[in-house]
Design a binder for this molecule. Structure first.
Ligand SMILES: [Zn+2]
Length: 283
């Protein structure tokens, strides 16, 4: 039984770490919100492909456009938390992190009337100390670990190797890590979970990798952001060339590639995938 998990991180184009040098958090309110339209485009695509997904919604966004959270939830998707402020976990003291996730979880639960089970760290910055706090705050899984050594910002969990392909790991009794997919090449893990890696690679090569991961692990996890299907977003000058590449590469073709991926594989929300694996029971 192969399980393909689909996830979206709901934040806007100006909130990403790659633009942080030019756009500070205090300036966010000055930029054009494009997340509603872009997320609605994702919802249309998902409806056309009769597919449900997990949406990790940033609290900052939920506060400004609560109707969007309700719309995603009404369409039958899983609402999960992407924290509130989008600050890298290892840059925050534990008590600030606890406050951030508590605030975002209660906000989302008030909007949907349903328990939020999942969390994804900003820029995959998951850190060991966060696991117990997530559990204490009522989360049942984290989906933030990118077990690849290729990126300077990714976080670490001590019990999981940074260079080992895995899909779901039980970290504590009743708490799971759902890893971002990587593809093994001669003992190295290449990021294969979506985002910029999906945008930069030709679709057929990407699909070949997904098949390979499924054959080996039986489980694959994909992620994308609403701004990644928005080639019309404002272009920001003054950022480092590699950050510019990470943010702007392949925006024109991502939507078409996503449609092909959804035609080729049958995806589930993470919650449903964990239930299939016997890690969660859904009421
Ligand atoms: Zn994010």
């Amino acid at each position: 039984m192969n399980i393909c998990l689909l996830s979206f991180d709901i934040e806007d184009w100006f909130q990403v770490e790659n633009l942080r040098d030019v756009i500070s958090r205090t300036a966010w309110d000055r930029y054009e919100l494009r997340v509603v339209e872009n997320t609605q485009r994702l919802l249309e695509i998902l409806e056309r492909h009769d597919t449900k997904a997990t949406f990790f919604v940033l609290g900052w966004i939920a506060d400004r456009v609560p109707q969007l959270v309700k719309e995603i939830h009404r369409a039958g998707h899983e609402i999960a938390s992407h924290g509130y402020e989008h600050e890298l976990i290892y840059k925050q003291p534990p008590e600030v992190f606890r406050e951030d996730i508590h605030r975002s979880k209660s906000l989302l639960e008030d909007l949907t009337g349903e328990a939020v089970l999942g969390y994804r760290a900003p820029s995959f910055s998951i850190t060991e100390y966060a696991i117990d706090i997530l559990m204490e705050e009522g989360f049942r899984y984290d989906s933030s670990l990118f077990p690849s050594v290729y990126h300077d910002r990714y976080g670490k969990i001590l019990s999981i190797s940074q260079n080992e392909a895995k899909s779901v790991v039980r970290l504590r009794a009743g708490f799971y890590e759902v890893l971002i997919s990587t593809l093994s090449f001669w003992g190295w893990q290449a990021p294969w979970g979506g985002g910029g890696y999906f945008r930069v690679l030709p679709y057929n090569i990407f699909r070949w990798g997904v098949d390979k991961i499924l054959r080996k692990q039986g489980c694959y996890l994909f992620y994308l952001h609403p701004w990644e299907i928005d080639p019309q977003q404002p272009r920001i000058r003054g950022i480092k060339w590699n950050y510019r590449l990470r943010h702007y590469v392949g925006l024109n073709t991502a939507k078409v590639k996503l449609e092909r991926l959804l035609s080729d594989f049958h995806f589930l929300p993470i919650r449903d995938g964990l239930a299939k694996l016997g890690c969660l029971s859904l009421k």
